[in-house]
Design a protein around this ligand. Sequence first.
Ligand SMILES: Nc1ncnc2c1ncn2[C@@H]1O[C@H](COP(=O)(O)OP(=O)(O)O)[C@@H](O)[C@H]1O
Ligand SMILES: [Mg+2]
Length: 230
Amino acid sequence: MSEPGMMVELEGVSKGFGVGAARVEVLTALDLEVAEGRLLAVVGPSGVGKSTLLHLVGLLDRPDGGRIRLDGRDVAGLDGGERAGLRNRMIGFIFQHHYLLDELDALDNVALPLRIAGTGAAKARARARELLDAVRLGDRAGHFPDMLSGGEQQRVAVARALAMRPRLLLADEPTGNLDRANAEQVFAMVKDLHLLAGLTSIIVTHDEELARMCDGVFRLAPAGARFEHV
Ligand SMILES: Nc1ncnc2c1ncn2[C@@H]1O[C@H](COP(=O)(O)OP(=O)(O)O)[C@@H](O)[C@H]1O
Ligand SMILES: [Mg+2]
């Protein structure tokens, strides 16, 4: 049964890759609940399945077994088109690499998801400008990605992730390529925007210090996973 106020619910989720002798079981019988409005850190050693977990929650991949509910809705029965629609409307992604398009300036990169969804150019740009202001890059709107620092590129990616007003933000090592000062700045912005927009957020990170600034830490280990302070 779905619990009220739960944005993300995983129950007995398993996921592996490959066949036969090359088969690797990555996640086994994984349970996870993230209440609406929480900011959860996911930590664990490299290769343990953090990205795999985020892909499952983000509807980028399907589990081999178990149940996944987003906002109370079982997503198992959805076909590819329904999953893509739900993903676009509900979920914002930030990755370790910014994946900005080189040929678009910061403003148009942030506006792009809206343009793809059919929003008119003027309205999309107005929203993009608002988001660039929110990540304090309003004065860089006309700059192309190669004119921006690593931290600035990632802040544009944060703005883009929020363009569609998602309810769920999934970030996979968003500060992994940044130095200490930039990592802290990007994390602080993600946290501020998470609170401001009333998001539910899951952040995969290697950074124990940043993990401690989240509401809870989900520690993935090869032997299983456990919660710390939630
Ligand atoms: N698409 C895939 N095909 C085959 N193996 C994969 C695939 N995605 C992930 N894996 C494997 O699953 C394990 C977990 O990977 P991943 O979730 O990326 O770990 P993490 O993000 O914690 O470093 C690794 O052994 C990885 O090689
Ligand atoms: Mg990973």
